[in-house]
Structure formats: structure tokens, C-alpha cells
Design a binder for this molecule. Structure first.
Ligand SMILES: *Cc1c(COP(=O)(O)O)cnc(C)c1O
Length: 431
């Protein structure tokens, strides 16, 4: 499998772009080797600049729930672009998309932004303004974009205040972020007793440390704790929104958040984010209220057209049945195959989200996933790539199944996994 062109592009990219990429995980650092430069994508497949084609499970990290280059979305984008790219004034498309988002999710009001990061940043500001409190609880291993206050995980245990993961995050910013382990309600209550907390923000399914599911009753328990201590509950639905169900995790788990953030899927591949929630809270946003938040390109007409087309396609409930079944078949197949090879593996899956953790039996927290065998994942990743399957270039990312995947694609992926593990066994990599 040639990848000369990818290699030379990567060399050149590194001269001008930090690390050669515009978002770190794309650089393949966690798995080694050279990142593939993608030239085009269609359905469940991506093609690199050297002409190799792969069954794709990255799905642009979530937006491509219908598969790549969906006809309806592409046509909507072209049609919108013909009328101009941006006006900086209200458009009908914004109203149509807001209508769809509020209908799907049950939130009262929504504000469009340009990325998931921006949605989270704005929602946190709003939560602080509404509660007139500063502290925020986040959860170990949850990712909320590169918002300063969210680039924090555990310092020394759940009851200590945060320490930044990134240079450049001010001490004062990090100090207002409290960190609790995922799936541990006791730790949350201890923090809420000790501090005056504005909100708890959570990925209702943790999809940025591999896939980690909330324990039975955990999200409802969090809802109850927030109510008890007067904190807001913020669901970061940038991945789960419009993917687990039309109404995202709030619908799937039947737990209502006060605020929710969206991204990825609502742009259909265009750069879009949104945050929304209860009317009483959202009415604090400028120009109605005193919480400032703005965006030159927010509600961009081309991006709105993509979002509308995406949500229209998702109105058909078959999408969720189909991607859920395929996700289940993929996970079940991977469990069987890895078992045949005598591997200790934990495959977590919910709907169209899945993750294979090597070397561990269970994965329900950051502490448990940290023990995964990332070296073996890296080897598996490389072998799968050779077999024509493009997995996420890190153990701690999700596999995204789309409506464009078929049972045949899943079968081909499982056959690739058999071949990959067979080769690793022959090479002595499976101890
Ligand atoms: C991707 C992601 C974000 C950040 O979205 P960007 O569009 O990359 O800024 C925030 N939260 C979650 C849960 C995400 O998966």
C-alpha cells in the first residue's frame, strides 16, 4: 500500500503547520507512523492522496452520521452557496434550523456558534451568570473542546481543585474547575457540599476516552444532586446529540439537562456548534440579557443549509435503528474474534459508538481505561490500516458507525480484524 504522497505532504506540512496538523490527534502520534492525507470520501469510505481506499470509522470524529458526502447535504450546501456565503444578518435558514433543533431535543431556545468548543465556553459562562457562582465540576477523561477551564483533569484525587493539562491555562482559571471521577456520585456530592458550584458539565456517554457508558442511574443521580445543591446540569452532547437518538442523550436516558451543547452532527460537516436549554436561562444571553456572546460567522447560511439537510434526513427514525444494529454487530463480532485469539479485551458500545480496549476487562472510568494496552492498540491500528480499515489513531477515541455502513462493510471489517490479529500473532505481538 503506497503512501508516498501522504509522506511528502506531511514533511512539507510540518515546516509550516505545528506538528503538520490543524488538530493534534490527526498526527498519528498515539499510534506511530505517517498520517494519511485524505483527498475525498463517500459513503463509509475515505480515499487518501495515494489512491488507497478505506472503510472509515472516524467519520470526521462524529459529524458524518449519514456517511460521507451525503447527496442531500452536498446539494443543500451548493444551493445555499449560490446565494452568497455570509451576510452577517439574520436569515430564514437559522430559523428553520433552530426550529428543528428545538423540536428534536426539547430544549426551549438555542444559540448557534461555530464549534463545539465555542458552545461549551458559552454555556459555562451562561451557567455562571445564571447561578452567580464560579466553580464548575467536570469529569475525569471527559473532553469539552479546548476551553481553558476544561483543560483540566484530576490533580490528586477528586476532592482537590484542578491542575491544568496544558501550559498557558492560568492558575486562577484552573482553580475554578473541580474534577470528579466518572460514574462516582459520591465524589460529586462531596464537591457540592464543600463548594458553591455553578454547574456540572458531563459527556452523558464519555466518547473521548474511548467509549465509557454511564452506569445505570448515574445521570439521573447527577440530575438529583444538581437540584439538591442548586447547580445547573450541562450535558455536552457534541457527540451524543442527534446520534444516540433524535433527542440525543437527554432522550436516550430520559434525563433532562438545564443546558446542552451541540456540534459535529448539526453542521453536517460544516463548522457549527450550538448551545441551548431552558428559556429562563437562555434569556440571559445578549441582546436579551447581560451575558455577552457573539460571532461574525455564527448562523452562517451555508452551514445552516447543511445542518437542516442533515436533520431532515435524521427525521427518519430508521437511521437510528440501522446504525444501532450495525454498532451492535460490530461490537459483538470484535468480542468473539478477540476472544478466539485469547485476548483480554473490553468492547464498549452504545448505538453507533464503539471502542475496543485492549488488555482490560472493564472500562467505566478514566482510571480503568488508563490501564488499556495502548501499544497493542497501535499495532492493531496499523494492521487494520493495511487491511483497508481506518480506525481512530488512538486507543482513546470512538469508532463511529454511519448510516452509509452496511452489514457487508461490518463483515469486511471483522474479517480484517481476524487477518490483523492473525498477523500480530504470527509476529509474536500477542502474548
Ligand atoms: C469534539 C468535542 C468538543 C469540541 O468540539 P470542536 O468542534 O472540536 O470544538 C466538545 N465536546 C465534546 C464532547 C466533543 O466530542
Amino acid at each position: 500500500m503506497a503512501n508516498e504522497k501522504s509522506k511528502s505532504l506531511f514533511e512539507k506540512a510540518q515546516l509550516m503547520i505545528p506538528g503538520g496538523v490543524n488538530s493534534p490527534v490527526r498526527a498519528f502520534k498515539a499510534v506511530g507512523g505517517n498520517p494519511l492525507f485524505i483527498s475525498k470520501a463517500s459513503g463509509c469510505r475515505v480515499e487518501d492522496v495515494d489512491g488507497n481506499s478505506y472503510i472509515d470509522y472516524v467519520g470526521s470524529w462524529g459529524p458524518m452520521v449519514l456517511g460521507h458526502n451525503n447527496d442531500a447535504i452536498r446539494e443543500a450546501v451548493i444551493k445555499a452557496a449560490q446565494n452568497g456565503l455570509s451576510f452577517g444578518a439574520p436569515t430564514e435558514a437559522e430559523v428553520l434550523l433552530a426550529d428543528k433543533i428545538t423540536q428534536f431535543t426539547g430544549i426551549d431556545m438555542v444559540r448557534m456558534v461555530n464549534s463545539g468548543t465555542e458552545a461549551v465556553m458559552s454555556a459555562l459562562r451562561l451557567a455562571r451568570a445564571y447561578t452567580k457562582r464560579d466553580k464548575i465540576i467536570k469529569f475525569e477523561g471527559n473532553y469539552h473542546g479546548h476551553v481553558d477551564s476544561m483543560l483540566v483533569k484530576a490533580g490528586s484525587g477528586a476532592l482537590t481543585t484542578g491542575q491544568a493539562d496544558s501550559l498557558g491555562v492560568g492558575m486562577n482559571v484552573a482553580a475554578d474547575t473541580l474534577v470528579a471521577p466518572y460514574n462516582d456520585l459520591g465524589a460529586v456530592e462531596a464537591l457540592m457540599q464543600k463548594y458553591s458550584v455553578a454547574c456540572a458539565i458531563i459527556e452523558p456517554v464519555a466518547a473521548n476516552m474511548g467509549i465509557v457508558l454511564p452506569d445505570e442511574g448515574y445521570l439521573a443521580g447527577l440530575r438529583a444532586l444538581c437540584d439538591k445543591y442548586g447547580a445547573l446540569l450541562v450535558f455536552d452532547e457534541v457527540i451524543t446529540g442527534f446520534r444516540l437518538a433524535k433527542g440525543g442523550a437527554q432522550e436516550y436516558f430520559n434525563v433532562k439537562a438545564d443546558l446542552a451543547t451541540y456540534g459535529k452532527i448539526i453542521g453536517g460537516g460544516m463548522p457549527v456548534g450550538a448551545y441551548g436549554g431552558k428559556r429562563e436561562i437562555m434569556e440571559l444571553i445578549s441582546p436579551l440579557g447581560p451575558v455577552y456572546q457573539a460571532g461574525t460567522l455564527s448562523g452562517n447560511p451555508v452551514a445552516m443549509a447543511a445542518g437542516i439537510a442533515q436533520l431532515e434526513a435524521l427525521e427518519n427514525g430508521d437511521v437510528y435503528n440501522s446504525i444501532g444494529q450495525l454498532g451492535g454487530a460490530l461490537a459483538e463480532g470484535l468480542r468473539e474474534i478477540t476472544k478466539k485469539f485469547g485476548l483480554e479485551v473490553c468492547v464498549n458500545q452504545i448505538g453507533s459508538l464503539a471502542c475496543v480496549f485492549f488488555g482490560i476487562e472493564s472500562a467505566n472510568s478514566y482510571a480503568s481505561v488508563k490501564l488499556a494496552d495502548t501499544g497493542l492498540y497501535a499495532q492493531f491500528f496499523s494492521k487494520m490500516l493495511q487491511e483497508g480499515v481506518y480506525l481512530a489513531p488512538s486507543q482513546f477515541e470512538a469508532m463511529f458507525v454511519s448510516f452509509a455502513h452496511s452489514q457487508d462493510d461490518i463483515d469486511a471489517t471483522l474479517q480484517a480484524a481476524r487477518n490483523a490479529l492473525k498477523k500480530l500473532k504470527e509476529e509474536g505481538a500477542l502474548q
